[in-house]
Design a protein around this ligand. Sequence first.
Ligand code: NAP
Ligand code: MG
Length: 399
Amino acid sequence: MEKIQMKNPIVELDGDEMTRVIWKWIKDELILPYVDLKVEYYDLGLPARDETDDRITVDAANAIKQYGVGVKCATITPNEKRMEEYKLKKMWKSPNATIRAILDGTVFRTPILIESIKPVVRTWKKPITIARHAYGDVYKGTEFRIPGKGKAELLFTAEDGSEMRDTIYDFESPGVLQGIYNKDSSISSFAHSCFRYALNSKQNLWFSAKDTISKKYDGTFRVIFEKIYEDNYRRNFEDEGITYFYTLIDDAVARVMRSEGGFIWACKNYDGDVMSDMISTAFGSLAMMTSVLVSPDGNYEFEAAHGTVTRHYYRYLNGEETSTNPTAMIFAWTGALAKRGEMDNIPELQEFAKKLEKATLDTLEEGICTKDLADLYEGVTSHPVSTKNFLREIQRQLM
Ligand code: NAP
Ligand code: MG
């Protein structure tokens, strides 16, 4: 069989531990036999990041900007324990944070569904995609613990020295205080990413916030979304038969629970953090979830939402066979291959990505799965196997 040829490369960001091991298996068994794979390879494994003073992470992010499509393996975010374990020069920052800061994007996370594993919420028939704004708010907040009596004020000093000032609270006893911010430019790029993603995937877009209480802060989010929709997207949405609507976050939660799914739910940073864990757990597992970072200028980085699965890795190092779920990693690759095929107009590459996804889902539908899913099946007897055997089953389906 002739291998599918590519034009431009995919930027490949290798990672750590169990996911690094499985990453290579996926390429060797499921991609390289069928695709003449063109990649710009960056080793984001912790030893290489340490060796290059983390320059490699920045280079990889810039390469995604250059080529438009990247695929990333899970990576260790160093802490004290890792400093010791890897004898690091420095506690390097989270690669995801570094990459997000360079690409400036929105993270879209969608559960991967199969027939025989039912969501906890009975009405859900189709996946719900969370679009999480990944900038500012409480993640960049400034906080005080207030020791006792005193006045807290909000003060803004403009470039020309003029001031805006308001009393937050006259403390009569100890308490807490927090200052948070966001920027119109970041909110706008968040909005553009969401509208484009909705058009691309032909799904309705919901956006929720709390502008009845937070009239200026959340109100600004609502107004920016509305204006960008009216000025740039309404016509395209109507042509595609999809809708955009804004509602209060509490109303959105109630509607989500009664919905069939099949839409995109855009959330502010904190709401998205909380809601994406709820959605993924209710649909099954973190290893059954796609994740893609979309930047406002149209660059895509595909990844799995889970970490490097350290516990399984130590077992693997002891010579044990593990049953780690590779589904989200396979879908990171298929997402990148399909996007590359779309951008470079290579329909065979898009077709192949679809076939590989179908082969993975068909394998799971037969009950052949990894251990994490074994107890979730309904109506089908599950046969948990090792990761290697799971990949072989997928390859059998592919042929
Ligand atoms: P984790 O790697 O996601 O694993 C936590 C637990 O979840 C595992 O021990 C395993 O449970 C289960 N699990 C996760 N993915 C699985 C899969 N594909 N198949 C089967 N089970 C899976 O999170 P962590 O242990 O907190 O973090 C490990 C390392 O990953 C850390 O160094 C962290 O910095 C890094 N991390 C990276 C990313 C990223 O690059 N995107 C994200 C999160 C964490 P059982 O052991 O019970 O089987
Ligand atoms: Mg979280």
